[in-house]
Design a protein around this ligand. Structure first.
Ligand code: FES
Length: 338
């Protein structure tokens, strides 16, 4: 048992618990989402005492300098003193600027913020609503716009996503933190062959990365694979086909499960099978290792999907340093205590 202090109150951690786990168990009002050090929704401030290794891993220099740490990554040390963070310390005011339903379960939102943010497709932001609930969403548009575009899928029992989908209206006030993350396009990759693979609303950032590459005059091939459960989830099918017609080096692959072969005749250019198998069959990466073109893989979607994609790409010869991943780590279910 280790004793530490949070906002001046005594806390006692059990063996192996993080600061966040202890605060949750003891009933403190704390925000969190991924519990993996990725989302930054659990930030607290260090006041005094020894910090365990890794408490500030992944934070920007500025956040470290200002004594922030991730409660989920911090192991309590005896006498450690921490304090909660005020929303205004880390968040800026934002609003829902527009809302467009693009399928039965996906809504496209544009968010305006009180400050111009230097965002890129493939990064993510944290949104905080009136009651303090905070969740992370992937940025779907390329730099240069004042608005941030998000593709939000309504999840069964999703606390924040359900609210955004069904209740939040245009003009709704929010607080915004970020952007964070590095799963973005860079002009240094202009000659590389890009394989972009998304599942579900992972398409938002992946599509944004493709547009960013095209806008930057990308010279290598770009292959975008979108895995969906049914044709109704291929929510950008028409515009991706259009993009393919306009750019010779861009190819779009719509991928549906083999179980959907029957009765999925209505959409053109749909392939059936696992997106990773389709990607590997289309462009066998191993054969290209000796050529001058380099292969770069972007993966975006649910954690299981991203992990499977990393394994598949690695086994096919793509080194980890040329994989860019954005995994939707979240705890967004009403059954999970905040
Ligand atoms: S970084 Fe701690 S909950 Fe996500």
């Amino acid at each position: 048992m280790t004793r530490f202090f949070y906002d001046g109150q005594d806390c006692e951690s059990l063996n192996g618990e993080s600061v966040l786990d202890t605060l949750i168990r003891e009933g403190h009002q704390v925000n969190y989402s991924c519990k993996k050090g990725a989302c930054k929704t659990c930030l607290v401030k260090h006041v005094e005492g020894e910090l365990s290794t890794g408490s500030q891993r992944g934070l920007t220099v500025n956040l470290k300098k200002n004594h922030y740490l991730c409660a989920c990554q911090c192991k309590p040390t005896p006498g450690l003193k921490l304090k909660s963070v005020l929303a205004q310390d880390l968040f800026i005011p934002a609003q829902i600027h527009s809302k467009e339903y693009v399928s039965e379960s996906v809504v496209k939102l544009q968010i305006s913020s009180s400050e111009l943010l230097n965002h890129s497709a493939g990064q993510y932001i944290n949104l905080r609503r009136f009651d303090g609930l905070t969740r992370s969403y992937a940025v779907a548009n390329d730099p240069g716009s004042e608005l941030i575009e998000l593709h939000v899928r309504r999840k069964y029992n999703g606390q924040f996503s359900d609210w955004l989908f069904n209740h939040a209206s245009i003009g709704e006030s929010l607080l915004l933190q970020g952007p964070w993350g590095h799963c973005c396009y860079s002009s240094a990759y202009v000659d590389d062959d890009l394989t972009l693979i998304a599942s579900g609303t992972g398409l938002g950032p992946i599509y944004g990365i493709a547009r960013d590459a095209i806008k930057n005059g990308h010279r290598g091939e770009i292959n975008l694979y979108h895995g969906a459960r049914s044709s109704s989830e291929l929510y950008q099918h028409a515009s991706l086909l259009q993009l393919m017609l306009e750019h010779r080096n861009f190819t779009y692959h719509a991928c549906l499960p083999l179980s959907q072969v029957e009765g999925e005749q209505q959409l053109s250019r749909v392939q059936f099978g696992d997106p990773f198998d389709i990607a590997t069959a289309h462009k066998p990466i191993k054969e290209e290792l000796n050529s001058t073109s380099r292969h770069r893989v972007y993966l975006c979607g649910e954690p299981d999907f991203v992990t499977r994609g990393q394994a598949s790409a690695f086994l096919n010869g793509v080194p980890l340093k040329r994989m860019h991943v954005l995994s939707f780590e979240y705890k967004d279910l009403r059954t999970v205590p905040r």
